[in-house]
Design a protein around this ligand. Structure first.
Ligand code: GDP
Length: 308
């Protein structure tokens, strides 16, 4: 039996998780999700990466926008704007309902992991979705425009500021959410999704107990590169790497995960020039269900080979 754990952010990661639950029994897949992007907005707790996973895995993701729900209506935003409320962060009506329910449950003292499990059930998702922690570990961007909360950088400023450093506030004192360490210990393969290594995967790795569990792993760890042809498929990964003084290459990705991964899955078109770990290649661009299943299958068979 293959028990797979996947460390994931939002869009890039959700595609791999979607592929995994297509090729494995969903109950054998556990996603450990970045919550460094979480923030309070209009008094609500928003968990962008968890929601991207929930919408993608339940087939409700908005493919045109690349975020939020399909078939969304925008009455709330329209009235909010008319009343002079902040409109830099878009909340569709259906999305809003989810944020209200999550915020209510948290205000009643429930944990983020419990609320996430309930929501995943409601959406009929068969795999386990675990936030990295129940504690708040906000990602803070130190930029040429000063200190920015993550969503101010990512959404409001559309990643335009130049990044000098990235901080995960409170990570050193944060405990992994219930089930995270158990899932890592019981997995027979651990995958790192092709999520942004610096903004989506690093917050998870910044939690000391998670990093320790990965270093002491029995199972092989395979990362899927977010780069294809020296470019990120989407988002600021390549821009960020350049700003942090890194070559935009698979070698840099492998070096970034040094000591934590046993293999790197790269795109067929990319050079294998010795990233210092075992390498496997396939077409890693995931546009449709078939692509997602192909990348997931390749990652599984690569990890299985590494375990032997
Ligand atoms: P976010 O949290 O929504 O920003 O999303 P992630 O961090 O999970 O994903 C963003 C990363 O996914 C970017 O670095 C992209 O290059 C990568 N990505 C997105 N789609 C694909 C894909 O189809 N294949 C690969 N290899 N990487 C992808």
């Amino acid at each position: 039996m293959t028990r797979a754990v996947v460390l994931t952010g939002g869009v890039g990661g959700a595609k791999l998780v979607h592929g995994l639950i297509d090729v494995l029994p969903a109950q054998d897949v556990t996603a450990i999700v970045n919550t460094g992007d979480d923030f309070r907005h209009l008094g609500l707790h928003v968990s962008p990466d968890i929601d991207t996973l929930i919408y993608t895995l339940s087939g409700k993701a908005n493919r045109t926008l690349g975020w939020g729900r399909e078939g969304e209506s925008w009455a709330f935003m329209q009235v909010l704007r008319e009343l002079g409320g902040p409109d830099w962060f878009q909340l569709g009506d259906g999305d809003l309902a989810l944020h209200v329910l999550r915020s209510l449950a948290l205000a009643e003292g429930r944990t983020l992991s419990a609320v996430t499990a309930d929501l995943a059930d409601r959406f009929g998702i068969g795999c386990t979705i675990l936030p990295m922690s129940d504690a708040s570990v906000p990602t803070i961007i130190d930029s040429d425009e000063g200190r920015l909360e993550f969503q101010r950088y990512f959404v409001e400023r559309q990643c335009r500021p130049s990044v000098r450093a990235i901080h995960f506030e409170g990570a050193v004192d944060a405990a992994p959410a219930p089930g995270v360490l158990e899932a890592i210990a019981e997995a027979n393969m651990i995958l790192i999704a092709p999520s942004n290594p610096f903004l989506s995967v690093d917050p998870i790795l910044a939690i000391p107990a998670i990093r320790k569990a990965l270093r002491e792993r029995r199972a092989p760890v395979v990362a899927v590169s977010p780069l294809i042809g020296g470019q990120a498929v989407k988002g600021p990964t390549a821009k960020l790497m350049a700003e942090l003084g890194l070559a935009v290459s698979n070698q840099s990705i492998a070096r970034h995960y040094d000591g934590l991964i046993d293999g790197l899955l790269i795109d067929t078109g990319d050079q294998r020039d010795d990233p210092g770990v075992a390498v496997s290649a396939c077409a890693t661009l995931m546009k449709d269900r078939e692509d997602k299943a192909r990348v997931a299958s390749q990652a599984i068979s690569f990890a299985t080979r590494l375990a032997q």
